[in-house]
Design a protein around this ligand. Structure first.
Ligand code: ADP
Ligand code: MG
Length: 228
C-alpha cells in the first residue's frame, strides 16, 4: 500500500493576472507505512495546498497522486471511495471538525453508521476508540463547546482511526493548542502510528515538532520541495 506525489504542480488562476499564481512546481515524494514525512516551510508557501492535494481534497494543476500505483484521476468510483477512506486528513482547529449542535456521541456514531457497523458493535468500537485516544466515556454526552481543544483533537484523531486509515495528512495538528497539550497530542500520534503502522504527512512550521516526529524531512519554499 503506497501513497506517492509525482511531479505535482499547482497554479491558482487569478482574475487579475492572466497567468495565474504558481504555488509550487514538480513536487515529488512518497509516504511510507508507519513512518512520518515532515513537511515544513514558511507560511504561504503551499504546505496546506500540497496536503489537500495528496488527501484528494483538491486537484493538482499538473502531476499525479498515486495510491498503490494508480493515479487518483483515473480511478473508478469504488476504488476512489477506498482511497478516500484510507487516506484521511486532520486539521489545525479541532472545533471545526465537530458539529457544534451535536453531542459527541452522535458525531462518532455517524461515522460507524456509514461503515454499516451494527449497534452493539458501534458501542464496543466507540469505547475502544476512547481508550486509544485517552479519553473518559463522559465525553460522549458532551457538546464540542464543553470540551477542551486537546480533548477535541484526541476525538478528531479517534474518529479518523475508526476508518482504519493507512495514511493521515496532519496539517499543523497542534498549532491551535496550548503548549502543554501539544506534546501530549504528539505522543498520542506516535503511539497510534506505532500500533497501527499508519503513514503520516506531518505539516508544521515548527522545526522542533518536525524533527521530533519525522524520519524524513522536506522544506517547501520558493515553489520547490527540498529534502534535508
Ligand atoms: P501554507 O499552508 O504553507 O501556509 P497554503 O497552501 O495555505 O500555504 O497557501 C499557499 C498559497 O496559495 C498562498 O499564497 C495562498 O494565498 C494561496 N491559496 C491557497 N488556497 C487558494 C485558493 N483556493 N485560491 C487562490 N489562492 C489560494
Ligand atoms: Mg497551512
Amino acid at each position: 500500500m503506497s501513497l506517492k506525489a509525482k511531479n505535482l504542480s499547482k497554479t491558482y488562476s487569478s482574475g487579475l493576472l492572466r497567468e495565474g499564481k504558481c504555488i509550487f512546481r514538480e513536487v515529488s515524494f512518497e509516504l511510507e507505512p508507519g513512518k512520518t514525512f515532515g513537511l515544513m516551510g514558511p507560511s504561504g508557501e503551499g504546505k496546506s495546498t500540497l496536503g489537500r492535494i495528496i488527501a484528494g481534497l483538491e486537484r493538482p494543476t499538473e502531476g499525479a497522486v498515486l495510491f498503490n500505483g494508480n493515479p487518483l484521476s483515473g480511478m473508478k468510483k469504488t476504488e476512489y471511495a477506498t482511497f478516500r477512506r484510507r487516506v484521511q486528513m486532520m486539521f489545525q482547529d479541532p472545533t471545526d471538525a465537530f458539529n457544534p449542535r451535536k453531542r459527541i456521541e452522535n458525531s462518532i456514531s455517524e461515522v460507524l453508521k456509514l461503515l454499516d457497523t451494527p449497534r452493539t458493535e458501534r458501542i464496543r468500537r466507540t469505547k475502544e476508540m476512547l481508550k486509544t485516544a485517552g479519553l473518559p466515556e463522559e465525553v460522549l454526552s458532551r457538546y464540542p463547546a464543553q470540551l477542551s481543544g486537546g480533548q477535541l483533537q484526541r476525538l478528531a484523531l479517534g474518529r479518523i482511526l475508526l476508518l482504519d486509515p493507512e495514511y493521515i495528512v496532519l496539517d499543523e495538528p497542534t498549532s491551535a493548542l496550548d503548549v502543554s497539550v501539544q506534546a501530549q497530542i504528539l505522543h498520542l500520534l506516535k503511539k497510534v502510528q506505532a500500533e497501527q503502522k499508519i503513514g503520516y504527512l506531518l505539516i508544521s512550521h515548527d522545526e522542533a515538532i518536525i524533527r521530533f516526529m519525522s524520519e524524513r524531512v522536506g522544506i517547501l519554499e520558493n515553489g520547490q520541495l527540498d529534502m534535508i
